[in-house]
Design a protein around this ligand. Structure first.
Ligand code: DQA
Length: 163
């Protein structure tokens, strides 16, 4: 059948929760030699543009509070098709965030701006990596866009992904 990848009728745009952990609100001024000069607003804007181009919607959030992140992950069960998360320091410390990500049973992609494996030993372990489908680190803000591409394949596996 011609055009078999396209389904008849309308399909809704999958929504991806893009979650940012503590101190990422300071991007742009925080250790620019490590994290660069892009602000979190810059990253959000780039994510919105890219998500739209590849057929995803995003809900972009940041919190410095572990419990708030846990609540947002729990709520994603009803609202999102997947979670792209830069857990920041909570990736290295939070069993609560890990448990929440396990509980929601959504595909998780983990992103870090810096290459955490070239940094201090305590950054080499991430609880989130134990549940993530994959991890992207070291590519700065571009990592978020790579993460969205990966997420698209996870939430729309039957779509033509050559684009
Ligand atoms: C980070 C890396 C973490 O180790 C650190 O605690 C952060 C940011 C990154 O994006 O490179 O806050 O997640």
């Amino acid at each position: 059948m011609q055009g078999s990848r396209r389904r008849a009728g309308k399909r809704s745009t999958p929504n991806v929760l893009v979650l940012n952990g503590p101190n990422l609100n300071l991007l742009g001024s925080r250790e620019p030699q490590i994290y660069g000069l892009a602000t979190l607003a810059d990253i959000e804007s780039a994510c919105r543009t890219h998500a739209k181009a590849i057929g995803l919607a995003i809900d972009f959030r940041q919190s410095n509070h572990e419990g708030e992140l846990v609540t947002w992950v729990q709520e994603a069960r009803e609202r999102a098709a997947g979670i792209l998360v830069n857990p920041a320091a909570f990736g290295h410390t939070s069993v609560a965030l890990y448990d929440a990500l396990v509980a929601v049973t959504l595909p998780v992609v983990e992103v870090h701006l810096s290459n955490i494996f070239r940094r201090e030993q305590f950054r080499h372990h991430s609880y989130v990596s134990l549940i993530a489908k994959g991890v992207i680190c070291g590519f700065g803000p571009q990592g978020y866009l790579l993460g969205l591409d990966a997420m698209r394949r996870l939430v729309l596996p039957d779509e033509d992904t050559r684009a």
